[in-house]
Design a protein around this ligand. Structure first.
Ligand SMILES: *Cc1c(COP(=O)(O)O)cnc(C)c1O
Length: 456
């Protein structure tokens, strides 16, 4: 199976044909999942002693399995945080795979890591962080948040006073679920400020003042959100930075979703203060149009990350030698062997230039504003709050939670759209509402109108 023969050539052609077809298609289906037993019935036994052959396996993929996925780049997929990787980035993902690059150490992956670093320099420049700040691409926001918080905790524990303390971090209920998951992995406690609206410096100060003596001792970091996943809300980053500096706390900004909007002039001011962060998470696979998976973590002082993450092992010593000098991504996050997952972003940025990125992100923000207007003009629906970044929360007047669920499934089953409900905290109550998140610049005003009208 490592030989080059006629079957290989044929399989390669088939894959290229499929790729060209997929990439030039603008009207792909919304797609929907199937139960595993149904899929099994459709495709039968695929892993056998002799193999079923590439042709058959690929046929099964095209005929049954591909259709059981919901493409994230469909213009009427407005659920969760969808995606719209550029075609240049997707094509270079193929190049990344075919090049077989080990992206952990400069010694093996210098060319690929160089490209990643060029893209990273641009990302760092968007944050306005000081000279010396730098970052690394991760598998996603969860891995980036975890890498950052482990870095913060290790830095904190350098002081013997805290060696045996279980850490505590503060964030708000608007923070992404992965922050809680990450705290569990890092075995730190988490204190949630009970507001889904923007977390202000003042709220943080009050929360800290109300901590017990021991809690205050255990507190080492604050996680602010630069664009909540649910509603696109950006915390008061300047105010929070102020408190963190005064209290000597690590200031992490989770901008996994919102980070792409740092390039958008219309909203950049909302992120003021992000440059004061100790670490920032940005997911290029969300609003920087990279294919999955591509997250990133940026550190004000990357040496702290190196102290926390650099792996020791006799078989790894060679990488520390003179001949291997250069940037080693493995030293700055939790993963060792890694693909150079920033490479597709680099190629797309180099191809299109950063102005096109700006325009595409601005379009997402504009679509949210357009959706807001359409909602205001339709008597059946109303905004829950003003659109923020590219998120729109709205209610269908008179609907119960099960109506939203039913509507979602109906639209999905028809292959028309994927728009999922969410919950919004209203006083002490969680209300079920509908939500759009725009990423794909190819979503049209007509798409939005049709979706709203389907709620009649
Ligand atoms: C999506 C998201 C995450 C998680 O990122 P993954 O790439 O899914 O691991 C974390 N934080 C925020 C704010 C997000 O929007």
């Amino acid at each position: 199976m490592h030989k080059i023969d006629f079957d290989l050539v044929e399989m390669t052609m088939d894959v290229m044909k499929y790729t060209i077809d997929r990439i030039s298609h603008t009207k792909q289906k919304v797609g929907k999942p199937q139960k595993a037993v149904v899929l099994k019935e459709l495709v039968g036994e695929t892993i056998t002693k002799e193999g079923i052959g590439g042709e058959k396996a690929f046929k099964l993929w095209k005929k049954h399995l591909a259709k059981a996925n919901v493409p994230v780049d469909h213009p009427r997929n407005l659920a969760f945080v969808p995606a719209a990787p550029t075609r240049a980035a997707v094509m270079f993902d193929l190049v990344t795979s075919v090049s077989s690059i080990h992206g952990a150490y400069w010694m093996e992956g210098a060319g690929g890591i160089f490209c990643e670093n060029e893209a990273m320099k641009w990302m760092v420049s968007l944050t306005g962080m000081t000279e010396g700040a730098f970052g690394v691409f991760t598998s996603g926001g969860t891995a980036a948040n975890l890498s950052a918080i482990v870095t913060a905790r290790e830095r904190w524990r350098e002081d013997d006073t805290y060696k045996r303390e279980k850490g505590l971090i503060i964030t708000s209920i608007g923070a992404h679920s992965s922050v809680k998951a990450m705290a569990k992995v890092a075995d730190v406690d988490i204190l949630l400020v009970d507001s889904e609206e923007e977390l202000k410096g003042e709220d943080l100060r009050n929360t800290i003042e109300n901590l017990t003596f021991h809690q205050r001792k255990r507190l080492f970091a604050v996680v602010a959100t630069g664009g909540t996943t649910n509603a696109g809300i950006i915390d008061d980053l300047d105010g929070i930075a102020e408190v963190c500096e005064k209290e000597k706390l690590w200031f992490h900004v989770d901008a996994a979703y919102g980070g792409g909007a740092l390039i958008a002039d219309s909203v950049r001011h909302l992120f003021n203060g992000i440059e004061r962060a100790d670490s920032i998470t940005i997911d290029p696979h969300k609003w920087m149009f990279s294919p999955y998976d591509c997250g990133a973590v940026i550190y004000k002082n990357p040496d702290y990350a190196k102290n926390a993450h650099s792996q020791e092992g006799s078989y790894l010593d060679i990488f520390k030698d003179e001949g291997a000098h250069g940037f080693n991504p493995a030293d700055y996050q939790i993963q060792l062997t890694r693909r150079v997952r920033g490479l597709p972003l680099w190629f797309s940025l180099a191809t299109h230039g950063t102005d096109r990125y700006k325009a595409s992100v601005e379009r997402g923000i504009e679509l949210a504003q357009i959706a807001g207007k359409i909602i205001e003009e339709n008597p059946n629906v109303e905004l829950v709050r003003e659109p923020s970044l590219s998120c729109v929360l709205y209610r269908r007047i008179g609907w119960q939670p099960e109506d939203y669920t039913h509507w979602t499934y109906e639209n999905h089953n028809k292959g028309f759209a994927l728009v999922t409900p969410t919950k919004w905290k209203n006083g002490d109550m969680f209300e079920t509402v509908s939500r759009f998140c725009f990423i794909n610049p190819d979503t049209t005003e007509e798409d939005i109108r049709l979706i709203i009208e389907s709620m009649a």
